[in-house]
Design a protein around this ligand. Structure first.
Ligand code: PMP
Length: 450
């Protein structure tokens, strides 16, 4: 907890800003009251209520980096749908494709000609030759875990403490006093999932070595850096060690790049020369319309083909009807061609550097015991002086009341950052002036808090 920011100043800011929020948003309030009659927790997806504002803002329009709520308030959006709208809301090229696609049919249970192009582009951009489509990144992670178990004949997986890979039950295992326990957030899970999941801390090479040594783990499922518990960077040499140990123990290595796609046109793996056996890409791959993909190395794909030769014919096993649809293919083609390019990424990364520097300056100006990190077009500040090296440390740093006070302060001044921690993304519609607004907002917020 920040030494010069007192609980009393946080509390005072939060109370005042909540009152201001109530006063600014009468229409959202009425919509929230109406919605609560028929939607669980008053929202179409229950976690939308976790923003912890007095009621959710109802968004009327999202375009580029601009949000307009039901009361006509406008916002600069740095959350960008938590990466789903990483290239801005309704990016122009995508809107045009969508308009055209709306006359050509959405789903046929057969491939469209775009499939050949999208497959090639995925291979070129992300360096793996063989791909499949799902509707969400959660689905893609579930599918990859199944393939990995099927071809290795091993039941267990390994994840890092504090990870998030979507609604994938067996990844909801955390460390408590060094022991694996099912995350209390799990809903309706009948199995003891600690039987199937090993958990170690990120960057802990000896623990990883020990967990994989028995040779009973099908795959390690990891983000290349942790992005869902603040931002935790890999230590120098961690990825080399992870690759060597997984290879030595016959464990497949799966990189979940759903968020780290903001690192560059080939994700973090492409930018840093990682060599995973499989990659998962989600949210922004079709610009925020439901689609995700997973890709395999040639060797892993060969093992899958062999497995399928001996599999009893029957139901698909890994499926869902709307996956690989004509619509998804058209949208992914546009996103890959237009936005997953070096040229498109360069200005985003440049502006993200500027945001990082601006926040660092504000932190220094007020002597706030905070730090800021950036990877590609993604920036995060955390309210602690030291960078966490793993999920356990990151979890202990997160201080909900101070995050809430800052988020409310910024929202009331027309700036949105990611609700569950302090992440900010730069998209092609983000301007220097937008970045300055965020830096100024944080400056004024700290002036009051410190
Ligand atoms: N992987 C990672 C790293 C994620 O952060 C998320 C969602 N935040 C997912 C997978 C799941 O994505 P979705 O909710 O779109 O299935």
């Amino acid at each position: 907890m920040a030494s010069r920011i007192t609980d009393a100043s946080i509390e005072a800011m939060l109370t005042r800003e909540k009152a201001h929020f109530l006063q600014r948003n009468p229409k959202s309030r009425t919509l929230a009251e109406d919605s609560s009659k028929h939607w669980l927790r008053g929202v179409p997806m229950h976690w939308m209520a976790d923003w912890e504002t007095p009621f959710p803002l109802f968004i009327e329009k999202a375009s580029g980096v601009d949000l307009t709520d039901a009361d006509g308030n406008s916002y600069i959006d740095f959350c960008l749908g938590d990466t789903g709208a990483m290239f801005g809301h309704s990016p122009k090229a995508l809107a045009e494709t969508l308009r055209q696609a709306s006359f050509d049919g959405f789903t046929t249970m057969l491939p469209s000609p775009d499939a050949a192009v999208v497959g090639r582009l995925l291979a070129e951009r992300f360096g793996l030759p063989m791909w499949q489509v799902t509707a969400t990144a959660s689905d893609a992670n579930r599918a990859v875990l199944r393939w990995c178990r099927a071809i290795t004949g091993r039941k267990k997986i390994l994840v890092f403490n504090g990870c998030y890979h979507g609604a994938v039950d067996e990844t909801f295992v955390t460390l408590a006093d060094g022991k694996e326990v099912a995350d209390p957030a799990l809903i309706g899970e009948p199995r003891d999932i600690t039987q199937f999941t090993k958990v170690v801390e990120f960057n802990d090479i000896p623990a990883l070595e020990a967990a994989l040594a028995p040779g009973d783990v099908a795959c390690v499922l990891a983000e290349p850096l942790m992005t869902n518990i603040g931002m935790v960077l890999p230590d120098e040499g961690f990825h080399d060690a992870l690759r060597q140990i997984t290879r030595r123990t016959g464990t497949l290595l799966v990189m979940d790049e759903t968020h780290c796609m903001s690192s560059g046109p080939g994700g973090y793996s492409g930018a840093h020369g990682l060599e995973p056996d499989a990659i998962v890409l989600g949210k922004p791959i079709a610009g925020g319309v439901p689609a995700a993909v997973y890709g395999f190395s040639e060797e892993t794909a060969g093992r899958i083909r062999k497995y399928l030769e001996h599999r009893e014919p029957g139901r698909s096993g890994i499926g869902t009807t709307l996956s690989g649809s004509k619509l998804q293919m058209a949208l992914m083609r546009t996103m890959l061609e237009t936005y997953f390019t070096r040229e498109a990424f360069a200005p985003l990364i440049e502006l993200a550097r500027r945001l990082e520097k601006g926040i660092a300056n504000v932190i220094i100006k007020y002597g706030a015991p905070w730090h800021v990190v950036r990877v590609g077009a993604r920036v995060e500040f955390m309210c602690s002086p030291d960078r966490p090296r793993n999920g356990g440390e990151a979890g202990r740093i997160i201080h909900r009341p101070i995050d809430m006070a800052i988020h409310h302060y910024l929202l009331n001044r027309g700036v949105v950052i990611t609700p569950f921690h302090n992440m900010m993304l730069i998209c092609p519609a983000t301007s220097e002036a937008h970045v300055e607004s965020l830096i100024t907002g944080l400056d004024q917020c700290l002036a009051e808090l410190v």
